[in-house]
Design a protein around this ligand. Structure first.
Ligand code: NAI
Ligand code: 15L
Length: 272
């Protein structure tokens, strides 16, 4: 993939969730955008590979630790937290308190830009095929989706109140390949994710911008015209995987995987 670096690298970027699936990918791909990349997770990370990396173990639920983590960074890519549907108690510390701690630390340390990894599960209860844009009412499909909705609202509030700008990425399904029929619509390639992050970091005057993170797939449910100022143009498509995905058995007509935008997440739980 070729980067289209739009501006000079940042002095220091923070990436939370650096040990995760996307974090490991971004550890490689963010290097051109920053002199120093500070990598953080609650899970073990391999040691810094040179002066261009810093590795900090941090629990997002720990406010004082997050405050220290953010000290000295110019912008934050907030990808850490529980990334699937879990009990409210599990989501609370990592995602809800976690994103609050990130914005409070950003305020205290004068950070002016956040890229927030939100999720399609904020709108997961819409039916597949319904077309949504950034103004569509939310229909979270669980505690996880609710935590991402809260993060988006925090982003909006911290811009209105403190001028901290955020691009909230409502990511569809970002994996090496789409795993199922639903993901033929929701898939976001790693190259397109990187392009989107580049635009989210460098586009001026984003305020709080909400953008759906998907590749240029043949059938999509999300319309990004309200995020046109980002200038994001996806270049990949799930189409080349269609044949192998459609070789899988077709789920029953009432299977959530076939009915809802959030797929199987809508049927997860309860957790008591
Ligand atoms: P992941 O689960 O692989 O990575 C999340 C990371 O956050 C993990 O390394 C985990 O250890 C860390 N984490 C969890 N609780 C923490 C805590 N209390 N303190 C510090 N770190 C903690 O998830 P993935 O796929 O890499 O996703 C990254 C982000 O993007 C997540 O926020 C996820 O919700 C979001 N996202 C991902 C999508 C995808 O398709 N991969 C789709 C939509 C959103
Ligand atoms: C997400 O929000 C999850 O983090 C990821 O693991 C996938 O399940 C993705 O959504 C999806 O909806 O495919």
């Amino acid at each position: 993939m070729t980067t289209t670096l739009a501006a000079i690298p940042f002095k220091r970027l923070l990436l939370t969730g650096a040990a995760g699936g996307l974090g490991q990918v971004l550890r490689e791909r963010l290097q051109p955008y920053t002199e120093v990349l500070r990598l953080s997770d609650i899970a073990p990370l391999t040691a810094a590979r040179g002066p261009h990396e810093e590795v900090v173990h941090c629990d997002l639920a720990d406010k004082a630790a997050v405050d220290q983590l953010v000290d000295g960074v110019e912008a934050i890519l907030h990808f850490g937290g529980v990334s699937v549907e879990r009990s409210f108690e599990e989501i609370l510390g990592a995602n809800i308190c976690g994103v609050f701690h990130i914005y409070e630390a950003a305020r205290r340390h004068g950070v002016k830009r956040v890229v927030f990894a939100s999720s399609n599960h904020v709108i997961g209860f819409y039916k597949q095929g319904e077309i949504l844009d950034a103004h569509s009412a939310r229909r979270p499909d669980g505690y996880y989706g609710l935590s991402k909705a809260y993060g988006e609202d925090l982003a909006s509030f911290y811009f209105d109140r403190y001028g901290i700008e955020t691009v909230s990425l409502r990511i569809g399904s970002s994996f090496p390949v789409p795993h199922n029929r639903r993901m033929l619509s929701t898939w976001l390639s790693y190259d397109d994710l990187t392009r989107l992050i580049e635009r989210a970091l460098y586009t001026p005057d984003v305020g709080h911008t909400l953008v759906y993170g998907m590749s240029a797939n043949r059938e999509v449910w999300w319309d990004n015209h309200l995020a046109g100022h980002l200038g994001f143009e996806a270049q990949d498509s799930s189409e080349r995987f269609r044949q192998q995905v459609e070789a899988q058995p077709l789920p029953a007509a009432d299977d959530p995987a076939r009915v809802y935008q959030g797929g199987a997440f809508i049927a997860a739980g309860p957790f008591d």
